[in-house]
Design a protein around this ligand. Structure first.
Ligand SMILES: [Zn+2]
Length: 268
């Protein structure tokens, strides 16, 4: 993706640990929130360490701690999403991979088919059932995110689930049997009741909350008036580039879609 801001200092570069806490938190340096890879193993482990990266023998591991784990001296736990706008794309990718792999392994300690304990496969990221042989892979859930424009205006909506009153582009999970384009058309129709055309690929971003892959598109309004689904959307409207409401902070592909509109207009 493009548009991310580099800020803070680089995290630890060497053999290290990404330590994931309860409630979507990650352990960071007390004085440096961007420092999320630590040079020492955690004192309280809740799961099996997972190899996240091997950079010429310098290995980064991830581990999910027990809910009562305390941060190591000089560190604290912060919500992982707070790091999005502090990390560059490469570091955010390491954090995403750590979160996805550690939480997947924590949640797949037993076979989903026969209920027996699983063990990590030696040759790839998978867990294998010793009894029935079922091999399970990390879960990655595709989500479409789409910027819809009408003339020189952009469609922005405030979702019900967001904690803050931010307006963003629309997104939704791909359902079984759908193409990505099918999902774009269905989500826009369901959430705001309009038709779109000219669907074009924009970019993608791993999004470890908890295991999504955001696939971004642009599209044009093709008919209908905005009718927000109250179960999903608090408010939605068309906005010109000079009068945007509060939008997401830098770092997300949602923000990259909006920044691209501000820089280049509706032209995809
Ligand atoms: Zn089994």
């Amino acid at each position: 993706m493009s548009g991310s801001e580099q800020s803070g200092t680089a995290p630890y570069r060497g053999d290290g640990w990404v330590v994931l806490g309860a409630a979507d938190t990650v352990m960071v340096g007390e004085d440096d929130p961007a420092h999320f890879v630590h040079g020492h193993a955690p004192s309280s482990e809740g799961g099996t360490p997972v190899l996240v990266a091997d950079d010429d023998g310098r290995r980064t591991w991830a581990v999910a701690t027990t809910p009562d784990a305390r941060p190591a001296p000089g560190t604290r736990f912060v919500p992982a999403w707070e790091l999005i706008s502090r990390l560059g794309p490469e570091d955010f990718a390491v954090l995403s991979r750590a979160r996805m792999l550690a939480t997947w392994q924590r949640d797949h300690r037993y076979c989903g088919r026969c209920g027996s304990p699983t063990a990590a496969a030696p040759d790839e990221h998978a867990v294998v059932c010793a009894v029935c042989g079922l091999r399970s892979y990390p879960r990655i859930s595709p989500v479409i995110i789409v910027r819809v424009t009408r003339g020189d205006e952009i469609l922005l909506a405030r979702p019900q689930r967001a904690g803050r009153a931010l307006y963003s582009v629309l997104a939704g999970f791909v359902e079984a049997g759908e193409s990505l384009e099918d999902t774009v058309v269905r989500e826009i129709a369901e959430e705001v009741g309009i038709a779109v055309a000219g669907i074009a690929y924009f970019g993608s971003q791993p999004w470890p909350f908890p295991h999504a892959l955001m696939v971004a598109f642009t599209a044009r309004w093709a008919g209908g008036e905005i009718t927000a689904d109250p179960k999903e959307i608090v408010d939605a409207g068309w906005y010109g580039s000079g009068a945007l409401p509060d939008i997401p902070p830098p770092g997300s592909i949602a923000r990259a879609l909006i920044d691209d509109f501000l820089a280049n207009g509706a032209a995809a």
